[in-house]
Design a protein around this ligand. Structure first.
Ligand code: FRU
Length: 463
């Protein structure tokens, strides 16, 4: 048994996976595609893997959707999206990469493929490319990729990421038929980054949430679109505090009741040269449901359907912890933990998971109310010297008397933390000891920890 292979997060049958691609609801089912190398567990020859689900939790693997057409000079099918075209046919848009003049840095093209058999096979469009760099006239655009499409008032819009004059940018286009596209504007610029990947534009009433992956922590902006199609940002935030250590290149599905459901690639970078896990790499995060609250701040909640995986509940109400460390009855490598604390203002506490009885390995979720910060401390997460052990953290200020609500999902080599539905820390750990399975709670500083509610569940496998 592989101690590290996730059991309730989506992964391919074997080999490499990175970005979620083109998630879409079609004829009663949810489809998820993903960047995939079917030949190895390292990144290369990007294909589109494909899976289908009836409940967004359990998945069935389907045949590969897109394979690079070497005969057409294509060596990779990079990330993109799926829509249902004006004739009702499922249609994929993706970035086609080849060698030499078709290289990813300055020769990318945007291609289309259509399915006539309910998404089992995909035919690449005869007149590909649909969009070429020439569309922008003299603009100097590099690393142009990752189409994301949505429809408003019968008009299709597309955003693509890239670098304009060495500055990260998002470009916007429109079309009536998905085949003829007009370049509208450079919609957004993030000059602190060289290029931006995987832009998503998610509409909430008259606001948009723009999400992008800048080879760093994934960011979002809440704002509006000007008449000239430039983005007016009203608020900027962090979608997840991990970046390459765990959550990157997210993509979004809109379900039949309008929920905006997002997956992110749980990268394998933290694995380093560790050889304990092999034959597979990469997982998809728990799907997050995104909403904007009345102050236009973004909320992220784990998809409620995941509750169907819970079993063997252990729970407490109104429990006070003073100095002693408490080891909980529940243990394991596939758990959900929910804890709500009433803040006293002087507490610093730790919730430890993947902890060995001798405490040699432990991964700590820590909250320091004095400083107002939350951490995922991986420094003792594994006795392996190869894996990454940096500490992830985020500011999180609370007032005395307020409640702090933390949800934690652990799954073999995954830990995802949601704090107050606003802050996410999603990362990877590789605890090597078979008995690194305990869960414990301790108060590091302060008089007492006032737990309003604590629940732990074991989680079933989705396979
Ligand atoms: C993001 C990314 C995308 C690209 C894909 C290639 O992780 O670099 O920009 O399309 O991965 O696999």
């Amino acid at each position: 048994m592989d101690l590290y292979k996730p059991q309730y997060h989506f992964i391919p049958e074997k080999n490499w996976m990175n970005d979620p691609n083109g998630p879409i609801y079609y004829k009663g089912k949810y489809h998820l595609f993903y960047q995939h190398n079917p030949n190895d567990y390292h990144w290369d020859t990007m294909h589109w893997g494909h899976a289908v689900s009836e409940d967004l939790v359990h998945w069935e693997h389907l045949p590969i959707a897109l394979t690079p057409s070497n005969e057409l000079g294509e060596t990779h099918c990079f990330s993109g999206c799926a829509v249902i075209n004006n004739d009702g046919l499922p249609t994929i848009f993706y970035t086609s990469i080849g060698e030499n003049e078709r290289n990813g840095k300055d020769g990318a093209q945007q291609w289309m493929a259509v399915s006539h058999d309910d998404m089992i096979t995909w035919e690449k469009y005869d007149s590909n490319p649909v969009l070429k760099l020439k569309l922008h006239g003299k603009m100097n655009i590099k690393e142009w990729r990752d189409p994301f499409i949505w429809k408003e008032n019968e008009v299709w819009y597309m955003v693509l990421g890239g670098g304009c004059e060495e500055k990260g940018c998002v470009l916007i286009y429109s079309s009536l038929d998905l085949m003829n596209w007009k370049f509208l504007n450079k919609m957004f610029e993030a000059p602190e980054f060289k290029f931006l990947e995987c832009p998503n534009m998610i509409k909430f009433g008259d606001k948009y949430v723009l999400v992008y992956s800048p080879s760093d922590i994934v960011r979002y902006h809440v704002g509006t679109l000007n008449e000239d199609f430039t983005f007016i940002s009203e608020y900027e935030g962090i979608l997840d505090n991990s970046g390459w250590e765990g959550f990157y290149a997210p993509n979004t599905l809109i379900d039949p009741i309008g929920r905006k459901i997002m997956w992110g690639w749980m990268t394998e970078v933290s694995r380093g040269d560790f050889e304990g896990a092999n034959g597979w790499a990469g997982a998809q995060s728990i799907p997050r449901v995104l909403t904007l609250d009345s102050h236009n701040s973004l909320k992220m909640e784990p998809l409620s359907e995941y509750e169907m995986l819970r079993y063997d509940e252990e729970s407490y109400n109104n429990k006070i912890i003073n100095k002693n460390k408490i080891i909980l009855k529940s243990k394991g490598r596939a758990l959900e933990i929910k804890i709500t604390i009433k803040i006293n203002g002087d507490e610093d506490f730790s919730l430890n998971v993947f902890e060995s009885p001798d405490n040699v390995e432990t991964t700590t979720i820590r909250y320091d109310a004095v400083v107002g910060e939350i951490f995922v401390d991986r420094s003792k997460s594994s006795i392996s010297e190869q894996v990454h052990k940096t500490i992830l953290k985020s500011p999180l200020k609370k007032e005395v008397g307020q409640l702090l609500s933390i949800r934690v999902f652990v799954d073999h080599s995954i830990i995802e933390v949601f704090a107050d539905s606003e802050i996410c820390l999603s990362t990877r750990i590789y605890p090597t000891l078979e008995n690194s399975e305990n869960v414990s709670l301790e108060l590091n500083k302060g008089n007492e920890l006032n737990i309003q509610e604590l629940s732990l569940w074991k989680m079933k496998s989705i396979w």
